[in-house]
Design a protein around this ligand. Structure first.
Ligand code: NDP
Length: 308
């Protein structure tokens, strides 16, 4: 019987046990930290404790419960076994809902109206056509491309940036580091949907913000370590950034005394932009467990050298 261990240093994964067992009753599912976990062949992870995967002598597959795998690849002792992630169209549509809310929040001036309400100020703002608002999406993968196409359908002028050239109908695309500045220069609302890799860590910094049009907005739904928090606070204070919605932070939950809680024009959300359902996670893990047992190619395999 294939044994699967649920493993996280900071997240209770026990709620996933029923959905995995419903999809694959033939699996033996155990929790990390129990003696029975030592000979597990599959590890299902979110933020695995450093070194814990290397301690599994029979390990054959590491499976993320999320789209991002940075928290798994960060472990220098990660054994050389395949790493898979969750790819779910409803994950992408959930993200599209969140980013569309953020774009409309700024495009329709809800940020200003909500601030005005606190001071009983009745002020109306010009309603601009969405085609006059350039939304720039960093990362055009499974999730970013869905967000880009949905915003294009709403009439926004959508630009997208990825490592390789992409062809998305109605979306102006830019490829590679050499085109980053051209991508940023005409962007009004910047959306980060990148994976966290050596190249993308710290990319949301003062230099990047300075390239945007003055008063631009940021919607950050990638990973906390993409962002240099001090540079964000400074850009908000000077008005170079007119507002930001940040969903992900290097330390989560964001500590109560962190200055970002009180930064001007910043909306903090608790890493809620989009979460794959337990049923989807369970089903995808079950499919890959069966493929592993039959020696078939795994689904949603991560390119470990590339980092995503
Ligand atoms: P994918 O792996 O499918 O896509 C990643 C995209 O980023 C690709 O278009 C890729 O380019 C691009 N990219 C990677 N590195 C670079 C680089 N150095 N320069 C430019 N572009 C780059 O990922 P997903 O769409 O599934 O997910 C994206 C990220 O969204 C996750 O890694 C995670 O960080 C975040 N996320 C956040 C959630 C939340 O609730 N806040 C929920 C889910 C995901 P190319 O196409 O050329 O390979």
């Amino acid at each position: 019987m294939t044994k699967l261990v649920l493993m996280s240093r900071d997240y209770d994964m026990s709620h996933l046990m029923p959905s995995i067992l419903r999809a694959a009753p033939e699996l033996d599912v155990v929790m990390h930290g129990t003696p029975a976990a030592a000979d597990a062949q599959i590890a299902v992870c979110w933020n695995p404790p450093a070194g814990a995967l290397a301690a599994l002598s029979r390990l054959r597959l590491v499976h993320s419960i999320a789209a991002g795998v940075d928290n798994i690849l960060a472990d220098p002792t990660l054994p050389s076994v395949p790493v898979c992630r969750v790819v779910d169209p409803r994950h992408a549509s959930g993200m599209s809902e969140f980013v569309t809310w953020g774009v409309l929040h700024y495009h329709r001036h809800f940020d200003r109206v909500l601030a005005n309400q606190r001071e009983q100020r009745w002020l109306r703002y010009e309603q601009r056509d969405p085609s006059q608002c350039a939304v720039g999406i960093m990362g055009l993968g499974e999730i970013g491309s869905r967000v880009a196409l949905d915003l294009h359908r709403l009439g926004f002028a959508v630009r997208g940036w990825a490592r390789n050239a992409r062809d998305l109908p109605g979306v102006q695309t830019f490829a590679g580091a050499q085109s980053l500045n051209a991508f940023l220069d005409a962007t009004d609302i910047l959306v980060c949907l990148l994976p966290l890799t050596a190249e993308t860590r710290g990319l949301l910094n003062a230099q990047t913000f300075a390239r945007l049009r003055p008063g631009s907005k940021l919607i950050h739904v990638g990973r906390g370590e993409h962002l240099v928090p001090g540079d964000l606070s400074a850009a908000l204070a000077t008005g170079q950034l007119g507002g930001a919605i940040v969903d992900v932070f290097p330390t989560e939950p964001l500590p109560a005394d962190h200055p970002l809680w009180r930064a001007p024009n910043l909306v903090v959300t608790p890493h809620m932009a989009s979460v794959a359902s337990s049923e989807t996670i369970g089903t995808q893990i079950a499919h890959n467990a069966r493929r592993l047992a039959r020696g078939e190619p795994l689904l949603n395999l991560v390119d470990i050298a590339r980092g995503y």
